[in-house]
Design a protein around this ligand. Structure first.
Ligand code: ADP
Ligand code: MG
Length: 238
């Protein structure tokens, strides 16, 4: 579960093309990191995969199923954003359960999923706290927990750590790597951080002006950057 195929995927906003002709196959269990300058279409691409944005051209398949017209809640996808606004009046447990409650899942199932996700993310002692009583890293773990309770085949992360300070970023990066090892779910992770990209990725996708500039393993991009932009981002030797 969690194979994603994009064929000729593009997005036009008000007649202006912001993502063009993306062809990409992401295998089950793969950790793919998307990098590229601000405005290169990374968030738009993730939002299309999540179903939060219609696609203008092309086709998307999740585990062989065409998902172009599938509503977000019908896709087995969990998304974690940079700004992960939690509901301040709800406890950690209620925040994590919220999507499942809306989807009218049975109460015992919600309780089981929240408890499992809390255990994986080391949030069990914090389940009855309100967000104001949490540190930045703990809040971000709750945001990941909200995606995790959906038990998705595919996780999407849009610069999830860029609001955290440097030390915490390293800590969270290790936790995300552990989560991937444990779940073996497919993960697509957008970041500006070169170290995050190099350490987390099975493959890196470099985007430039709405297109894919290069796809490859971190080592392939390091040793054989296709463009100066790739070389600069990766820090390839000249
Ligand atoms: P990135 O995440 O790589 O910084 P985005 O996907 O956010 O890039 O944006 C890509 C381009 O699409 C930008 O030029 C941005 O202004 C434009 N864009 C994004 N969302 C919208 C929208 N809802 N309406 C119009 N233009 C948009
Ligand atoms: Mg973005």
């Amino acid at each position: 579960m969690g194979q994603l195929v994009l064929r000729g995927v593009g997005k036009t906003f008000h007649g202006q093309s912001v993502v063009q002709d993306i062809d990409l196959t992401i295998e089950e269990g793969e950790f793919v990191v998307i990098v590229g300058p601000s405005g290169s279409g990374k968030s738009t691409l993730l939002r299309m995969i999540a179903g939060l944005e219609d696609i203008s051209t092309g086709e998307m398949f999740l585990d062989g199923q065409l998902i172009n017209d599938t509503l977000p809640q019908g896709r087995s996808i969990g998304m974690v954003f940079q700004s992960y606004a939690l509901y301040p009046h709800m406890t950690v447990a209620e925040n994590m359960a919220y999507g499942l409650t809306l989807a009218k899942r049975p109460k015992p199932e919600i309780a089981r999923r929240v408890s499992e996700a809390a255990s994986i993310l080391q949030l069990t002692p914090l389940l009855e706290r309100k967000p104001a009583m949490l540190s930045g890293g703990q809040r971000q773990r709750v945001a990941i927990g909200r995606a995790l309770v959906k038990e998705p085949a595919l996780f999407l992360f849009d610069e999830p750590l860029s609001n955290l300070d440097a030390a915490l970023r390293v800590d969270m990066r290790v936790q995300i790597a552990r989560l991937h090892q444990k779940l073996r779910s497919t993960m697509i992770y957008v970041t500006h951080d070169q170290v995050e990209a190099m350490t987390l990725a099975d493959r890196i996708v470099m985007m430039s002006s709405g297109s894919v500039a290069q796809v490859g393993t971190p080592l392939a991009l390091y040793h054989h950057p296709a463009t100066l932009e790739v070389a600069t981002f990766i820090g390839s030797p000249r």
